[in-house]
Ligand binder design. Structure first.
Ligand SMILES: O=C(CO)COP(=O)(O)O
Length: 122
């Protein structure tokens, strides 16, 4: 089954929740995982079933990165906050890097997220 990770920094969580609500029928078809707080928001504000990992600053990005390394993930939507430094920047960079190592689809803004979700349907 197609497995997709959804992640957003605090300033982008509302955007990700809205994106998930707009694409709920498609996302229902996938196994979804998310970092801790993002997953909590998705569970509370959508009808999607989401497996929650640790919160990003506590290792959630790395947990998702390990799934990429194991070839378990088909795509990641990761809405980062481009205007604020994050305390766990090294973890974020590690996740982006491992996606490139394994050629895993990664969308870091809403426009590319639309393409990713559409592409996964094919
Ligand atoms: O920090 C994050 C990604 O780098 C997201 O973590 P949360 O979903 O727990 O806020």
């Amino acid at each position: 089954m197609t497995r997709v990770a959804l992640i957003a920094h605090d300033e982008k969580k509302a955007d990700l929740v809205e994106f998930a609500q707009d694409h709920e029928p498609q996302l229902q078809e996938y196994e979804l995982i998310a970092t801790g707080t993002t997953g909590k928001r998705l569970l509370e504000e959508t009808d999607l079933d989401v497996e929650r990992k640790e919160s990003g600053p506590l290792g959630g990005d790395l947990m998702i990165g390990s799934e990429v390394a194991e070839g378990r993930l088909d795509g990641i939507v990761f809405l980062r906050d481009p205007l604020r430094a994050q305390p766990h920047e090294p973890d974020i960079s590690a996740l982006l890097r491992i996606c490139d190592v394994h050629d895993t689809a990664l969308a870091t803004n809403l426009e590319s997220a639309e393409f990713l979700i559409e592409g996964l349907q094919e």
